[in-house]
Design a protein around this ligand. Structure first.
Ligand code: AMP
Length: 449
């Protein structure tokens, strides 16, 4: 299948070919034609599946169509009844025709970049972002001019709306990206308030990892006869992402495992997750002292610094980025070869989002989880959520001294299986791939720790 068969206009097909894309991904093949027919959509597909283009392309098609159809002001009749004056300049309406809501600044900027990339041949395309952490003045300037696509985080958008600075009456397409995440972050009322300010007659596309619970209710409220597109659920096998689990005896052991992995040659770029902002700062400092090209990224940092850090990752000035969940959302860097869970996520869904930062755009990636015994409950919850066992691995010379934790057998329960499902082997007794192949060339394990 090629992009022309999706019904996209020539300037977009050309931009996609410049971006090096030869064929649509599954979610694009399903969502783009449906969106172009004007349907409301509920789409679940994993990060890295090309979902951004699946709403940015229909958004750009709408902008192109409006370019053709928007009225010019009627020529003014001359008071003396003489010949009419020539038509005035093209009428430029105020306010965006497309509004995209995204949970984080990083994701919003990512979407804006995609709109710029795929819309590079759309004449005079105007895209603006409204996100927290950026001075209001610059945003107001961007909003005061003519605009096609506005990409915003809900909180900041609502601020502008409350101040009467934002005409939304022309919005014909609303996109909610990572809606489940926005709900997790407490944006439900903001989303409702924003939707109430939009024209009733509009198309709405909702992207969410799940449509159960609050996300499903929001879809019922905002969408009309939506089509459901489910490309791959969170339970799919991440075929391009190999997952491994290392049990650590204590923090020192965990640090030794991390240091070993980061010094192997196979690491192109690594994204290391911590549970807290403080841990991110502290770990980045420790790794910098060891000589790594590393920085931290977390929600407590000013936006300018966060942008610089992300630029450093993209330009490869940084080889290691230590990040928290919220800050890392939306990072799309194809050269991230390793995701390392140094601190476990608070929620099992975040594990899926984290590991989706590697294995992007057809490359393979390795997701390594470093867990201490106290993390056992979360490891089990992640495995139940993904319905996959994360294979336990060891590094020669850095094997754990204490045996792997195992679930306490329930009274009367048959031994075997995890998550209530029958399985061939008890959790923890599975095969241990170790690091023989991918990491062996990275040097011998460090003795002592
Ligand atoms: P997303 O799921 O939107 O975050 O996209 C994941 C990655 O896939 C991004 O790096 C995109 O640039 C890339 N991508 C999107 N569409 C395609 C495509 N049709 N072919 C190849 N790569 C793509």
């Amino acid at each position: 299948m090629s992009f022309d068969t999706l019904g996209l206009a020539e300037p977009l097909v050309r931009a996609l070919s410049v971006a090096g894309y030869t064929e649509p991904t599954s979610v694009q093949a399903e969502a783009v034609p449906a969106a172009l027919q004007g349907a409301d959509l509920m789409v679940s597909s994993r990060t890295g599946s090309g979902k951004t283009a699946s709403f940015v392309l229909p958004a750009l098609m709408r902008v192109l169509a409006l370019r053709e159809s928007e009225p010019r002001p009627a020529p003014m009749p001359r008071p003396d009844g003489g010949p009419r004056a020539p038509r005035g300049p093209r009428f430029v309406p105020q306010g965006p025709s497309v509004l995209v809501l995204a949970p984080t600044r990083e994701l919003a900027l990512q979407v804006a970049k995609a709109a710029g990339d795929y819309g590079r041949y759309v004449p005079g395309l105007r895209v603006a972002t409204v996100v927290g952490g950026v001075p209001y003045g610059a945003q107001l300037r961007a909003l005061s001019g003519p605009l096609d696509i506005l990409i915003a985080t809900p909180g900041r958008l609502l601020d502008h709306l409350g101040a009467g600075k934002l005409p939304l009456g022309r919005v014909g397409l609303l996109v909610l990206d990572e809606a489940d995440r926005m709900l997790d972050m407490g944006f439900i009322e903001d989303i409702h308030a924003i939707a109430a300010a939009l024209p009733q007659q509009r198309q709405t596309l909702m992207f969410s990892a799940t449509f159960s619970g609050p996300a499903g209710r929001l879809a019922e409220e905002l969408l009309r006869e939506p089509r459901r597109i489910e490309v791959a659920s969170h339970t799919e096998t991440h075929a391009d992402i190999e997952q491994r689990l290392h049990w650590a005896d204590d923090l020192r052991h965990k640090n030794a495992l991390l240091d070993h992995i980061l010094t192997t040659r196979e690491v192109d770029q690594a994204l290391v997750f911590t549970s807290t902002q403080r841990d991110a700062e502290a770990l980045a400092l420790r790794l910098a002292d060891m000589g790594h090209a590393v920085d931290a990224l977390h929600g407590g940092m000013p936006q300018g610094r966060r942008n610089r850090v992300l630029d450093g990752l993209r330009s490869r000035r940084l080889r290691v980025l230590v990040a928290t969940d919220v800050a890392a959302r939306g990072i799309d860097v194809k050269t991230i070869s390793h995701v390392i869970n140094y601190g476990l996520p608070m929620k099992e869904e975040d594990y899926v989002h984290r590991i989706g930062r590697t294995g992007r755009a057809g490359r393979t990636g390795l997701a390594v989880t470093l867990a201490e015994r106290r993390d056992f409950g979360m490891v089990q919850r992640i495995q139940r959520f993904t319905t996959q066992r994360i294979p336990a691995a060891t590094i020669s010379g850095l094997e754990p001294r204490t045996p792997e934790p195992a679930p306490r057998p329930k009274f009367g329960a048959k031994p075997g299986g995890f998550g209530g499902k029958p399985g061939p082997k008890r959790f923890g007794n599975g095969p241990k791939p170790g690091y023989g192949k991918p990491f062996a060339r990275g040097g011998a394990a460090k003795p002592g720790r």
